[in-house]
Design a protein around this ligand. Structure first.
Ligand code: EZ4
Ligand code: CO
Length: 408
């Protein structure tokens, strides 16, 4: 490594769709180092690709890649408008790529640069779903056989054709379908509220006390309904109940908290520490779900973790199929080196995704490890990626039985 500062010489954006869309940032330096970042924003991929290509790439050429924090501040404060998923995902991608380069410059895996490991491996959870309870229990057994110690359980709801997190038979669940416009689902909250506690109780009775069970409500309830559901599932001993209400109005969580002791997890759609602030400092949640991609990268996720640590809130980052293997790697480097990290969501990827993104991270016995490769430990096969161009894909929308829009 030379003492002279390296400079950024090229910034490229790859949009590839090996089964689903991913936006990947590639930063190249004068010394020939390459850093990778994930810029995938599910259903709005091309907005971030344009933001990076048209507004960020020209500003990065000639900069010192070692100045990660200064570049973060430059892109965050410099934009004036601040925050928002498109801006923060773009900044997150740059941040990841620069940490990747710093790791490669120093020959260290990123977790070593973050202070080193505070644990040997990172606990992870995956998804199990079945339309009917017996199918769900089979799905839970299948993931237990793969060694998982924590499972998110989702089922169908009577009177519905489509439900978040579940497919009827068929292949694995993928929220964003390759469609020209969003699929429309009909959603009946009262029916869900009558059905879900029994499903979760059946899951607990089936697995016994040890397995960690999680459930995602996906922003569908009012505060009163959330409080009722929390009470109704208290005996299930959930690891967490996720996104019980939409979290734009965070005051309402006080009501939920007052009525139930069920552990609450929120934040996969948050982009900055400022959206987490009152939920954390008022101890209205137990787990903060911010994703390393959508919340400004490693540098900003660490800031959120540091605030959360003071208030005994733990990190449980988002990790569905739309968070690429590059971002998953980054989340694992944070997880291995952050004391108040609790659990990493890992939905898994189609085989082709593992070929396009060759990664040092690995799964074993219910845990993930980022590996020992310098940097983030993911290399992108650009030739293979180029064979799968972008395909329009959207998350569904949901309507009530009267046809009005509701939260998805
Ligand atoms: O709906 O990633 O906890 N996981 C989730 C995901 C999200 C999708 C949105 O892009 O809620 O399935
Ligand atoms: Co979720």
């Amino acid at each position: 490594m030379s003492g002279a500062a390296d400079t950024i010489t090229a910034v490229d954006v790859l949009v590839t769709s090996p089964g689903r869309n991913f936006v990947t940032l590639k930063i190249t330096t004068a010394e020939g180092l390459v850093g990778w970042g994930d810029a995938t924003l599910n259903g709005r991929e091309l907005a971030v690709a344009s933001y990076l290509r048209d507004h960020v790439a020209p500003l990065l050429i000639g900069r010192d890649p070692a100045r990660i924090e200064d570049t973060w501040q430059y892109l965050y404060r410099g934009v004036y408008w601040r925050r928002g998923p498109v801006t923060m995902t773009a900044i997150g991608a740059v941040d990841l790529a620069l940490w990747d380069i710093k790791g490669k410059t120093t020959g260290q895996p990123v977790y070593q640069l973050l202070g080193g490991a505070v644990r040997d491996r990172v606990l992870t959870y995956t998804h199990a779903s079945g339309w009917e309870v017996p199918e769900l229990l089979d799905a839970i057994d299948a993931v237990r056989e793969r060694g998982f110690l924590a499972v998110r359980a989702q089922s169908g709801v009577p009177g519905h054709d489509l439900v978040y997190g579940v497919t009827r038979g068929g292949p694995g669940y993928e929220p964003a379908g390759r469609v020209a416009a969003p699929v429309e689902e009909v959603w009946d909250t009262e029916s869900y509220l009558r059905h879900a506690p029994g499903v979760l109780a059946a899951a607990r009775a089936h697995v016994g006390p040890e397995l960690r069970l999680l459930h995602d409500v996906h922003h569908r309830l009012t505060p009163g309904q959330a409080a009722r559901l929390g009470r109704a599932v208290e005996d299930v001993d959930l690891f967490w109940l996720e996104d019980v209400t939409p979290a734009e109005n965070q005051e309402v969580l006080r009501h939920v908290r007052h009525h139930t002791t069920v552990p609450l997890a929120i934040g996969e759609v948050f982009n900055t520490v400022w959206e987490c602030q009152s939920l954390i400092t008022e101890q209205l949640i137990d787990y903060i779900r911010t994703c390393v991609t959508h919340a400004g990268g490693i540098s900003h996720l660490r800031r959120i973790a540091a605030l959360a640590d003071i208030w005994q809130v733990k990190l449980g980052p988002h990790g569905p199929s739309d968070v690429s293997p590059v971002a998953l790697a980054a989340s694992l480097h944070v997880g291995l080196s952050t004391p108040n990290f609790a659990i990493q969501e890992y939905m898994g990827y189609e085989p082709l995704v593992h070929e396009v993104f060759r990664h040092a991270w690995s799964y074993e016995d219910g845990h993930l490890h980022p590996g020992e490769a310098p940097g983030l430990g993911v290399e992108v096969d650009e030739e293979l990626a180029a064979r799968f161009p972008y395909e329009a894909a959207y998350l569904p929308v949901a309507r009530r039985r009267d046809g009005s829009m509701t939260d998805w």
